[in-house]
Ligand binder design. Structure first.
Ligand SMILES: O=C[C@H](O)[C@H](O)[C@H](O)COP(=O)(O)O
Length: 262
């Protein structure tokens, strides 16, 4: 069964009805392979968020129910992943109990040739980064539509900000040296789980924060600098640039599955 996608959509060109099943099948292939190849009994596992990560959670639940994997404990990266894991009987914990994990598995919105990522289209970037940064291995699972030459124009970069004086923070972010004149910051409205305008009120994350989506026309030339400047901005909680965190990317495409490492 294809798990609920939690209403996640993106500004990426939507697949046609004819190709949708195929894209979901690709997501399922990488989700299942990540669990099969990187999770063994006794591990502490970070569970990502989104339509691809949901297949990994599904597979983990399946193998635990079958007794193939035992003594697993997991940290979910969103309320909806927590609910899915609970529904499958996967034992859960938090980073308050364990500050390091064996592996984390998650999707991404964009992957560049250095395996730097844009994440947070589904609004879970803060919890994802907190969990994935403490994992010994961070395994990224994508279909080939997520690969890009450079981060920026293909998918807006999400930035989680405090609601307090958010219009001020938006101006400060747009004026950062690495971003000035290159992007337009748009306050996410409606549901935090997608970057479509599907409501009138600011979208609120699982952490009670707002999200700015940074829209670029041109590729981001220095993603590490942008990441550092965003992180150093008062009012920014975190951002969706995941730089130098990836252990491996499992990619499903029309030619089959491949694995890339930095
Ligand atoms: O906040 C959401 C996460 O970063 C997702 O991992 C990312 O948006 C990819 O989601 P999907 O697998 O649904 O494309």
């Amino acid at each position: 069964l294809i798990p609920s996608l939690g209403g996640i959509t993106s500004t990426r060109a939507k697949p046609t009805f004819a190709t949708m099943a195929t894209q979901d099948e690709l997501k399922k292939q990488v989700g299942y392979k990540a669990i099969d190849d990187y999770v063994t009994s006794g591990m502490k596992v970070g569970l990502g968020t989104g339509s691809t990560a949901a297949f990994a959670v599904e597979r983990l639940g399946e193998l635990m129910a079958a007794g193939t994997l035992t003594d697993i404990i997991a940290v979910p990266t969103s309320v909806r992943t927590k609910e899915q894991a609970e529904s499958l009987g996967i034992p859960l914990t938090t980073l308050d109990e364990f500050s390091s994990l064996d592996v984390a598995i998650d999707g991404a919105d964009e992957v560049d040739p250095q395996l730097n990522l844009v994440k947070g289209g589904g609004g879970a970037l803060l919890r994802e980064k907190m969990v994935e940064i403490v994992a010994d291995k961070f395994i990224v699972i994508v279909d080939e539509s997520k690969l890009c030459d450079a981060l920026g124009p293909g998918f807006p970069i999400p930035v989680e900000i405090t609601p307090f004086c958010h219009e001020h923070t938006k101006r400060v972010v747009e004026a950062l040296p690495a971003l000035a004149g290159k992007c337009k910051a748009v306050l996410r409205l409606g549901s935090s789980t997608n970057n479509q305008v599907d409501g009138d009120e600011p979208a609120v994350t699982d952490n009670g924060n707002y999200i700015l989506d940074l829209n670029f026309d041109e590729p981001l030339t220095d993603a590490p600098a942008a990441a550092a400047q965003l992180k150093a901005t008062c009012g920014v909680v975190d951002h969706g640039l995941f730089i130098g965190m990836t252990t491996a990317v499992i990619i499903a495409g029309s030619d089959g599955i491949s694995v890339k490492e930095p």
